[in-house]
Design a protein around this ligand. Structure first.
Ligand SMILES: Cc1cc2nc3c(=O)[nH]c(=O)nc-3n(C[C@H](O)[C@H](O)[C@H](O)COP(=O)(O)O)c2cc1C
Length: 308
């Protein structure tokens, strides 16, 4: 088999290959360690961290739909201090890019979180979650208004020299306005999509299935929306894109790369098939080899004929 370059450089965030795990679906790396060595992946994104610990929303907070998962976990996490003390030291030892996903309820929260992470602290990048649909304040409120999105990214930018990934919400009319806003705010990379707001109703109980009424839809059901948004964002801004939303197989991953994603993140697929990221990586390698590419980057954006 011809050897080719799997590395991908996202505006300074160097990944050994383009496959990452998505925040909230990979814990802090420990969950999947019995299945494979996390360092085979290009990167892992840890569960969203908030300044203080959170128990999350009441149960039930997961519901299966015919082609996706509804969740209203509500950012359950140990909080910043416990993360720095109990999780970061081990994560820093991994031979893969560790991406920390941060959330908050105010600009100050986001800035505080960012100030705790600098180059050399053991992580490769910060992903700013301005797109969580499962908390009452903050989260998606920042990610659905371009002005607020720009402000929050600018506030984070001031506090850290790490590569900044702005994670966008699909719950907007015009994703390109959001992409431009976070580019102006100083983001280095855009990741998308977070979950789409949805709900399910129990016919017997005649009430919503989730205790939180609504939740975020992920999985194959959202894939066409995600591919469309990656395609649009690639056309609109210069920032590299991490694509996600319903990637189950290597074919799905290649679809995102052709739309313009320089890397892909695997989320809900992990729950059904813990080995999904590894199988997807193998499939990407085989596809690139079969097509005779020298580097994985050659696939990025090929579906944009007009970009030549
Ligand atoms: C149970 C669950 C928890 C999640 N928690 C977070 C989170 O803490 N922060 C975040 O930015 N995204 C979170 N997400 C969104 C995923 O990272 C991803 O953007 C989304 O699920 C779409 O990808 P997928 O269809 O491959 O899962 C969560 C998703 C799920 C299913």
């Amino acid at each position: 088999m011809q050897t080719f370059n799997l590395e991908t450089d996202l505006a300074g965030l160097k990944l050994k290959n383009p496959v990452i795990t998505a925040s909230g679906t990979y814990g802090f790396g420990e969950t999947y360690a019995p299945f494979y060595e996390p360092s085979v992946l290009g990167g892992i994104t840890v569960k969203g961290i908030t300044p203080l610990p959170r128990l999350g929303n009441p149960v039930p907070r997961l519901a299966e739909t015919p082609s996706g998962l509804l969740n209203s976990v509500g950012l359950e996490n140990p909080g910043l201090e416990a993360f720095l003390k109990n999780y970061l030291p081990e994560l820093a030892l991994l031979d893969t890019a560790v991406i920390v996903n941060i959330s908050g309820f105010s600009l100050e929260d986001y800035a505080l979180m960012a100030s705790s992470f600098q180059r050399g602290c053991g992580i490769a990048a910060l992903e700013v979650n301005i797109s969580c649909p499962n908390i009452k304040h903050g989260g998606m409120a920042f990610g659905t208004d371009p002005k607020s999105a720009e402000e929050v990214i600018a506030a984070v930018r001031k506090e850290t020299d790490l590569p900044l990934i702005a994670k966008l919400s699909p719950n907007v009319t015009d994703i390109t306005a959001m992409a431009k806003a976070v580019e102006s705010g100083g983001a280095d990379i855009i990741s998308l999509i977070n979950t789409l707001l949805g709900m399910q109703i129990d016919l017997n109980a005649q009430k919503p299935v989730l205790a939180n009424t609504m939740g975020g839809l992920s999985g194959p059901a959202v894939r066409p929306v995600a591919v469309r948004m990656v395609y649009q964002v690639y056309q609109t801004v210069k920032l590299p894109v991490i694509g996600m939303g319903g990637i189950l197989t290597w074919q799905d991953a290649i679809e995102f790369m052709l739309a313009g994603a320089s890397a892909v993140s695997i989320g809900t697929a992990n729950f059904g098939n813990p080995l999904a990221p590894v199988e997807i990586l193998e499939g990407i390698k085989a596809y690139c080899n079969q097509r005779g590419y020298q580097s994985v980057g050659e696939t990025v954006g090929l579906a944009h004929a007009q970009k030549g």
